[in-house]
Design a protein around this ligand. Sequence first.
Ligand code: UTP
Length: 303
Amino acid sequence: MQRIRKAVFPVAGLGTRFLPATKAVPKEMLTVVDRPVIQYVVDEAREAGIEHFIFVTGRNKAVIEDHFDIQFELNQTLAQRGKDDQLAKLQRLQPLAGQTSFTRQQEPLGLGHAVWCARELVGDEPFALLLPDMIMQSEKSCMKEMVELYGHTGGNVVAVQECDPSETHKYGIVGKGGDIHNGFRLTGMVEKPKQGTAPSNLYINGRYILQPEIFSILENQERGAGNEIQLTDGMLKLEKEQGFYGFHYQGRTFDCGSPEGFIEANVAFALARPDIAGKMAPVIAGLLDEAQAKSGGALRQSG
Ligand code: UTP
């Protein structure tokens, strides 16, 4: 069984749900507490043992490449000013020379197309795929647990989580078969099922391990929902030929591609940081009380 060495990060989407913030700044560079969203996802992949980070970028995304480069003048200034902690933090997060690759998706034709754009860089080996606007919070990296499951099953693995059964029509939903190690065999996948038809309330949360055969499928994939080349359509074809397994992730996932998910991520990560939580917890509680009083008590019921 081939080891998972490479990870693909498709960062070429337009981020229309987060306009005007994303007009000139990629959504992956928006900041959760003190680091850009993309840094959380790359760190998750690194914790899972990934050695090569492949970014599928688009126009206006060059700043992502800069973020993972060395800022020589900045490092020198930090060293001169004795800011060793800050310098060490930057160096810890810095990928090694040759560990990153960037390719362009010239037109945002959909997630399936973005993944296909990475085919030459991935080559003929299984790879991890992480949607960079979904960030996770848990003790152990989601991708790390998926790699462990993959070690038992091989094939293809998707991470899933429970959603409210009334919301299944918004997601890619899987059917659950028998348990294997820390996961289960998938009995099917359906993208945005009509209400009342979903096989479960387990949705695919943006983390995948895929076999390279997905590339030849995506090459010939017609456009699907939203007139885009959809990854799920490609996976449905691959599922007819190869095993698919689900990893039931127990942590939190934040959709930082939407303002609500992004704000939630900021609050959750701030409250999880010992150096920040003590100061922020009373501030957040105070703001909430104030807003609640102003709304005459309606706020808590409105969500
Ligand atoms: P999304 O649909 O969440 O991203 O795609 P989007 O298209 O940027 O968002 P909205 O709906 O306009 O707000 C999931 C992931 O796939 C990437 C996105 O960057 C995101 O990380 N993607 C999507 C591409 O790289 N290329 C595409 O053509 C579409």
